[in-house]
Write a protein that binds this ligand. Sequence first.
Ligand code: CAA
Length: 376
Amino acid sequence: MNFDLTPEQKEIQRLARQFATEQILPRAAEWDRNETYPAEMVQAAADLGLLNIGIPEEYGGLGLGMLEEALIGEELGYACMGFDTIILASDLAVVPLKLAGTDEQKKRFFPGLVKGLGAFCLSEADNGSDAAAMKTKAEFVGDEIVVNGTKMWITNGGVCSTYVVLCRTEHAQGHLGTVCVVVPGDAPGVSHNKLHGKMGQRCSYTAEVIFENVRVPKSNMLGGIGDGFKIAMKTLDRTRITVAAGSLGVARRALDESVKYARTRHAFGAPISNLQAIQFKLADMKMGLDTSRLQTHYAAWLVDNDRPHAQASAIAKCRASDVAFSAAAEAIQVHGGYGYMNDFPVEKLLRDVKLNQIYEGTNEIQRVVVARSLLR
Ligand code: CAA
């Protein structure tokens, strides 16, 4: 067993860390306050090669693996979980193409995703966890598919080059009637409403996306009729690792901020880092961070080595986001009253990372996935 990163992986980690700490971290609080979508920085990340890194080289991408994604995710999450989501949730459009796209489809759609964001349209206003109950319709008319429906809470909706849309057809009930359709971001009939008032991750662009008589060629369907739900599930089995990775970044930041503060803040005549009550919090944060990172990298390794990974990825996502939420809450506690104010970065960590316990399948759904794999 070898826990070393390769020289290439170390270089990617260094590049992502430098970009995150120099370009993202200093701006994150302001983006959060003003709900600013940082378009220029997204472009900068793409230019640096941090976006959609899993696109194979033969289609113009870097052809990197899930472990490299996890390394980037941790660094971006450290600086700003909202920015991390913009970049890493884009993968939700890349993975279905990798899993189910034909060579012709990859040639057509990957180039637009090398520098452009993707968005994954699964959730709807009335269905989140029960993903198979989607209502957005796909009708086959001649050589075209006509898409009608409204998707909800779509990360990068409205600012992406490519949508991957999960739809229902008349062909069969339940998941057997679902399809997965690629829709260009600028297709006529696609519109969106930006969602305001999010608790955290406020720089990431989240939208309701409306598809009104959107016509795309039949050849935009990934897989066949009835494959949509399974493509979505297999996609999430991979991308949940990126949520785990961002959570590691948040947990590491919570720990670093707590150590820094505990060393400088004095109480009872000495730094509060002398108090066991504080030391135990720091130790618990470190234990959670290191064990979650092991699980996250293990799940990524399984993907990169073509091994079954659904259970490991659900464990990583659930554990890392729970650990990060608790680390952020404890970081506020270490900071006392200051931690509750937005002059210090720790309250933002808590608001941001709450979403990691919800999106890409709530942590209750992750437990369902793990339990089903045990009992099957
Ligand atoms: N891989 C392959 N096939 C799978 C699968 C997987 N991981 N999971 C299920 N399937 C197959 C099953 O084998 C079954 O196939 P057969 O009928 O051929 O046997 C079929 O799919 C239906 O499976 P289930 O009966 O288990 O499906 P279910 O309706 O009970 O749902 C669920 C299972 C795990 C609860 C699923 O609905 C789920 O994961 N829900 C959460 C949805 C989710 O994660 N949403 C996130 C939205 S994306 C997002 O947040 C993005 C963002 O913007 C950041």
